[in-house]
Design a protein around this ligand. Structure first.
Ligand code: IVH
Length: 675
């Protein structure tokens, strides 16, 4: 680092301290990071360098000396804060290979005995500390500020891979085990799709989604989030283990979720080979990783090496650089969604990034465009995080053409010309012309017909045709379409018309909760629709609900309540409901449909593993419909392990050990008397 004057250093240190604290808050408390991890690490590296140069400015409260805090603080946490028995620290990290050699040299100098490493994936989630006492899960704490964490036990018990009870040999009476709670990509994509539908801001990446979900106040909602867990650090008094790997193997044998991807290395070179191998292999994993952790394996040497204020000297993290591409920004489109929200989308000169060609990237909203200070013709950095849609993370100012212009955010709807409005507390612009903006109307039909809604055979093209012909304007119009009108459409034949009409007919049996979702009431996504349907039982009861009735339901906030009230108060809403009821749609919960199919499995707990001919969710519902219970991990109480294709070898082994019968899909069907 170039030497700078003392005065300039002091100023820069003050700035960096404030900036890093602000970014820690965005990341850990708001779960809304504004800069990338790489940028954060650069700022942190700069501050460390300056504090080393001028130790007189290295104060106790510097972000270089404490971990970012996830305690909700001023936001008002409803979790109890509990002190950590051993502080929960962070890890030193590096992006440079020679720093790994330095790490190795430091260890060699400090210890006299030979040592080995444990090489592990760095799971990109949120840290958790579990305490087991007498073989039972006693408590789960978040990292918090490193000294005390939020007690999230009531949420953690809903994560299937975390056992409430463990079994096996030599289980210490009390110990802690730390690890990461993370959200696999599949669950992340599903959650964000739901949030987008419900017009909630999608999570930026799986890590934020995981920590946001873990802090939910409603455990039932949290259960639907599909979180998973991996544990990587056993702690306690007088534990009988000599090495870290031995401790983890023991924990695995007790039924705790331990990574299957770790590897022992006998030298730093072997550890580097592990890093190089995973740099590519990690892209095939179903969850996000942001690096590799290298730990000294021998526990007595770990004790000798000890800790700095913030991290252990016996471990370090190699961070993967996010893959980036630099490409010119050609233009910006403004897309209007079914709810009227306007999203700016960048059109890029096509460029290769992580194996795919990127042509478009989301710019989110006007604030984001201003923040990036984006100009047409700029070379922009594109990155793929855990997200599917790439995002623009920065502009290469040195390549800006002299005459480059800022794109003008439209003041009117690009589709219908109505002046846009901006909700006070939201960053998005909306077209307020709900009744007659064509994109919004067509969008409502596409949503209504969707698979999770009414499941009608009407995709974008059909809706476009029907709308252009003037056949459909409000949702109930679909149920007035005649066979003759359909056959008359370009490219339609009798068969396609009949298929369409049968799907329309079938939609009359779609359960009420999906009808409610299909209506497209703003902020009422799939999950909220289910909650409302269960709570009120019918559309009439919901339409009669007051604001107080609504907000007392868990997870229904002011915004959602206002939106529901506005819908049922509007003439358009009332008219839609009246005509859809006339068309024969389900406007109340059908009590019969929720009756159990049998009580064959009553009192039995099943664990499922692997893939089946139906989805795992459907399989779980089937178990419940026959009176059974699902559990995430095997225990003495498990009646059967239902093993599908590619069932987890760990689970199979454990079932054998515990003497639990293993059945396959067809045996299960025989059991419940299903053909
Ligand atoms: S060991 C005292 N091992 O990365 C050592 N951490 O950036 C504690 N992480 O706070 C951490 N995978 O939340 C360790 N295999 C792994 C990890 C891991 C992910 C997280 C953890 C830690 C953070 C540091």
């Amino acid at each position: 680092m170039a030497r700078i004057t003392k005065e300039a250093a002091k100023q820069r240190i003050d700035f960096l301290k404030k900036e890093l604290e602000r970014q820690n808050y965005n990341y850990y408390v708001l779960n809304q990071p504004v800069i990338t991890d790489f940028e954060f690490d650069l700022l942190m590296g700069e501050l460390q360098g300056l504090e080393k140069m001028y130790p007189e400015f290295a104060t106790e409260d510097s972000p270089t000396r404490h971990v970012g805090s996830d305690l909700a603080g001023a936001a008002g946490s409803e979790f109890v804060q509990v002190p950590h028995r051993y502080p929960m620290l962070s890890l030193g990290n590096t992006y440079a290979k020679d720093e790994l050699l330095d790490f190795d040299n430091r260890i060699r100098k400090a210890v006299s005995a030979p040592y080995s490493f444990s090489c592990e994936l760095k799971f990109d989630g949120t840290a958790i500390c579990l305490t087991y006492r007498g073989g039972r899960l006693l408590r789960a704490l978040t990292r918090g500020d490193g000294q005390k964490g939020d007690d999230v036990t009531r949420n953690v018990i809903h994560i299937a891979s975390i056992p409430r009870e463990i079994h096996g040999e030599n289980i210490p009476d009390e110990f802690e085990i730390r690890g990461e709670i993370y959200m696999p990509y599949a669950a992340f994509d599903r959650l964000n799709a739901e949030r987008t539908e419900a017009e909630l801001e999608p999570f930026a990446n799986p890590r934020n989604a995981a920590s946001g979900s873990l802090k939910l106040q409603n455990p039932a909602e949290m259960r639907t989030r599909g979180l998973d867990c991996v544990l990587y650090h056993v702690l306690g008094e007088n534990l009988p283990f000599k090495t870290h790997i031995e401790a983890l193997e023991a924990a695995r044998s007790w039924g705790l979720p331990i990574s299957a991807y770790s590897q022992r290395a006998d030298s730093i070179e072997e550890a580097i080979a592990y890093i190089d191998a995973w740099d590519t292999r990690r892209k095939t994993l179903p969850f996000a990783t942001d690096g590799i952790v290298i730990k000294v394996n021998e526990l007595d040497l770990q004790r000798q090496l000890g800790f700095t204020a913030k991290s252990p000297r016996w471990a370090t993290a190699w961070k993967f650089k996010p893959e980036q591409a630099l490409t010119p920004l050609l233009s910006v489109d403004y897309q209007v969604g079914r709810t009227g929200a306007v999203t700016p989308v960048a059109n890029l000169e096509p460029v290769q990034l992580s194996g795919t060609v990127v042509k478009r990237a989301s710019l989110h909203n006007k604030d984001q465009m201003d923040l990036l200070d984006i100009h047409i013709g700029d070379y922009v950095y594109v990155e793929k995080g855990g997200e599917i849609i790439p995002k623009i993370t920065g502009v290469e100012l040195s390549k800006r053409p002299a005459d480059a212009q800022r794109p003008a955010f439209p003041s009117c709807c690009p589709d219908c010309g109505t002046p846009l409005v901006r909700d006070e507390d939201e960053a998005r612009h909306y077209c307020p012309n709900r009744e007659s903006c064509p994109v919004q109307i067509k969008g409502r039909f596409i949503h209504f017909a969707g698979r999770k809604a009414m499941d009608i055979l009407a995709g974008d093209a059909t809706v476009e045709q029907l709308y252009n012909k003037g056949y459909i304007h409000t949702l109930p119009d679909l149920y007035t379409l005649s066979r003759a009108q359909l056959i008359d459409l370009d490219g339609w034949q009798e068969k396609s018309a009949d298929n369409f009409l049968s799907s329309l007919e079938a939609s009359r049996n779609v359960p009420f909760e999906r009808v409610l979702y299909a209506l497209g009431i703003r902020h009422v996504g799939e999950q909220t629709a289910k909650t409302l349907a269960r709570h009120f039982g019918s559309i009439d009861a919901l339409a009669a609900a007051t604001r107080e009735d609504l907000v007392q339901i868990e997870d229904i906030g002011d915004t959602v309540a206002d939106s529901i009230l506005a819908y049922f108060a509007s003439e358009a809403g009332q008219e839609t409901v009246r005509r859809l009821r006339e068309a024969g749609l389900q406007m109340a919960v059908n009590a019969e449909a929720n009756q159990p199919l049998s009580d064959t499995l009553s009192g039995k707990t099943l664990v499922i593993s692997g893939n089946f001919s139906i989805s795992r969710e459907a399989m779980k519902s089937l178990i419940e419909a026959h009176g059974g219970k699902n559990a995430g991990s095997l225990s003495g109480k498990t009646a059967w392990l239902l093993a599908g294709e590619k069932a987890g070898p760990e689970k199979l082994r454990k079932a054998e050990k515990l003497g639990i019968p293993v059945i396959d899909e067809s045996q299960f069907y025989t059991l419940i008397g299903k053909e």
